[in-house]
Ligand binder design. Sequence first.
Ligand SMILES: Nc1nc2c(ncn2[C@@H]2O[C@H](COP(=O)(O)OP(=O)(O)OP(=O)(O)O)[C@@H](O)[C@H]2O)c(=O)[nH]1
Ligand SMILES: [Mg+2]
Length: 360
Amino acid sequence: MKICIVGLPLSGKSSVFGALTGASPDAAAAKGVDPVAVVKVPDDRLERLAELFEPKKKTAASIEFMELAGIAAGESNKSGFTEQFLGKLRTADALLAVVRSFRDPSVPHAEDSIDARRDLSALETEFLLSDLGIVENRIERLKKQVASKKSDRDARELAVLEKCRFLLEAETPLRRAEFKHDEEILLRGFRFLTQKPLIAAVNLDEDEIEREAEVLAPFVHLASEPRTAVIGLSARLEQEIRQLTGEEADQFRADFGIANSALDRLIATAYLMMGLVSFFTVGSDEVKAWTVSEGTAAARAASVIHSDIERGFIRAEVVSYDHFADHGNIAKCRTEGTLRLEGKEYPVRDGDIINFRFAV
Ligand SMILES: Nc1nc2c(ncn2[C@@H]2O[C@H](COP(=O)(O)OP(=O)(O)OP(=O)(O)O)[C@@H](O)[C@H]2O)c(=O)[nH]1
Ligand SMILES: [Mg+2]
């Protein structure tokens, strides 16, 4: 999974990147490339499974974070938002929009005032305009195509794009819309920015941490929208905490009343919002966590491991982590009946330990 960090200039993107990944974005930025870092998704279940199987290799699920250069409001599409910038943004599975709430007069703000809600709207407007531009161009071309040559697919695409245009013109991000499965498929290739899951990261002032709920109140309605979430964090503090040892870090967090690290909270939020779950494959060679959407059919889930397993899928042997953890022994689960044989369509659940049987 790839998450792109975006935001207005000087909103704290690099600080958030540092806080989440522990990597410094400076080196990459100096070379003129976008900072990228991969972080492992912490999972106690994976640790426990590795203790039990003592595999040669333990592989956690991972998330790739990328920081994109700051863009100023109003620089959008049709001009300033370069195609190159938008292209990179479109490769993301989710967007992490950093908005500034910290005051600090030594850090300038283009608007000369601090208003996180306004800045988030400014970003969303850029995304809306960008998507609208694409939709309008495509509609124009499709209309010509449909007029000259009747094609059922073109007609259906045109219909769903008209629906998108209507929404975007009403300033509704596509995330909020319900699309039927066949519409989803027609839209997939456009990789619309307003259709991507969005996490707003409100970069809090240090003295706002204690009253986070109050500061985030203007965002509450957002968090209730589909595939949208809001978290508050102090990028600066979290970055400092990153430099500390475990014990010092715990103490530091306790002093400031920060329950969990920004990374832990962000990952939990992202998984929940995007409906992601983890399943595990185990053995003496490797114990590994995989990420799929909740309810993904077993055969489809197998394809994240290898397309051959999906093609030659016979059965999935499944036991839930909780049942397994009771015994720590697969054979025991088998005799007890908690190890089940499931077919292609079995919807994978969080914590399933799966052994795929396949033949190619
Ligand atoms: N007080 C305070 N300052 C912060 C915080 N986060 C970032 N800053 C400061 O704000 C300035 C900009 O932070 P960056 O993380 O570089 O912001 P950015 O969005 O990556 O900036 P550009 O990439 O230049 O657009 C730096 O001087 C940071 O030290 C914060 O939570 N509190
Ligand atoms: Mg930066």
